[in-house]
Design a protein. Sequence first.
Length: 131
Amino acid sequence: MSPGAGNAASTHDRGLMAEERAAGYLREKGYSVLERNFRTREGEIDIIALGSTRSENDTIVFVEVKSLPHGSTDTLSHELNSTKQQKILKTAKCYLQKHRQYNDSYIRFDVIALDVPALDPVHHIVNAFSE
């Protein structure tokens, strides 16, 4: 095993645990999780969910999950730069092309930040960015 292989696995595991926490949070808030870790050549979307209220039931929510226990709000902004946002937007378009039943749905891009010092342990940023 290479020297960094153990760290990569633990980083991957931490990412999966963060996504599981975020998915659980969304379910508690009434969202229906449609898919997790949707991947294309363009990128990946951590969680795709249906809105939580009757008025949002026709809203598809693409959620980016960030776990930053040693970060800050500046780190969060840096992690979600315009390049990352463009990847998420392109990946969302691929999802919508494959799932035409959502063509008439509203679309929203949220961020769930976990364990960022000075923020709530689960900090949900609704409509974090748009196209």
